[in-house]
Design a binder for this molecule. Structure first.
Ligand SMILES: C[S@@+](CC[C@H](N)C(=O)[O-])C[C@H]1O[C@@H](n2cnc3c(N)ncnc32)[C@H](O)[C@@H]1O
Length: 253
């Protein structure tokens, strides 16, 4: 087993990582975005500074900034030690080594913490847990879920995934989930049942190659979106992000 974790850890990524994990193009930021399970990621803080409309939800937002910082610090040594032990399972291009990875994660957390109290007062950080979210139907154009669903396959059942994806599709017109690998670096066995289920229920689904790979082989994202959704300017069904967007490997619907 590569990374062994009993619980879902608060470990945060940056805006640039979100942009690449989810193949986000400029036009994707025109709408309202939900980051589900954003934890201590700096995506919301950085996106808001750029003038975009992002809401993040996570159960950890019930905690104070100091408590969240302590939880990140508490898991830091375990995370870095496990990555160091299994370094060959990761792609070391943007992160030079495990220490550099750790510094980037702490930098993202600090950026998040500097925005947390203000963002919470503005309703940008909402305490909530899948599979039940306190948002209205279709409140968001796009919901992003990074390093929670599929990754924690051992901790989160297929039934949980079904309910969680259904809930995300209730509140958003489109859902993107990254990565499709588990902590053991294997394709999650939940991916195909989820795709099949939502395709059978009239959703369009696609697995896209994205310009982000840290877990070796983990450069694919699942998109699920409404068949009624109209394509934005420059989008095509086979290249939905425009010419520079990620390639869709498989598409149903
Ligand atoms: C590994 S972190 C990923 C954080 C962020 N998405 C990123 O990629 O940088 C997983 C996050 O999922 C959150 N989480 C755990 N259970 C959840 C649930 N049922 N609903 C929403 N978020 C949850 C945790 O609190 C944690 O912040």
């Amino acid at each position: 087993m590569t990374i062994q974790l009993n619980t879902v850890v608060p470990w945060g990524r940056s805006f640039d990582e979100y942009r690449r994990m989810f193949g986000l193009a400029e036009e994707n930021f025109a709408g309202r975005i939900l980051g589900c399970g954003d934890g201590p990621a700096s995506f919301n803080a950085e996106a808001t500074a750029r003038g975009y409309t992002v809401t993040s939800c996570d159960p950890i937002y019930a905690c104070s900034a100091t408590e969240i910082e302590q939880r990140v610090v508490d898991c830091y040594d375990v995370m870095i030690a496990q990555v160091r032990r299994n370094a060959e399972e990761f792609v070391w291009d943007r992160f030079h080594d495990p220490d550099h990875l750790g510094q980037c994660r702490l930098a993202a957390m600090r950026r998040f913490l500097s925005d947390f109290d203000k963002g919470k007062a503005e309703g940008r950080y909402v305490t909530a847990s899948l599979p039940s979210l306190p948002f209205g139907d279709g409140q968001f154009d796009l919901a992003l879920c990074s390093h929670l669903l599929f990754l924690y396959t051992e901790q989160l059942s297929l039934e949980f995934h079904r309910a969680a994806v259904g809930e995300l599709l209730r509140v958003a017109k489109e859902v993107r989930i990254f990565p499709l690998l588990t902590l053991e670096q294997k394709r999650s066995p939940h991916v195909e049942p989820i795709r099949t289920l939502f395709t059978a229920n009239g959703w369009r689904t696609g697995i896209c190659v994205v310009p982000y790979e840290f877990q070796r082989g983990g450069n694919q994202m699942l998109r699920i979106w409404s068949g009624e959704r109209s394509l934005a300017n420059g989008e095509r069904w086979d290249r939905p992000y425009g010419p520079s967007g990620p390639e869709i490997l498989v598409q149903d619907g």
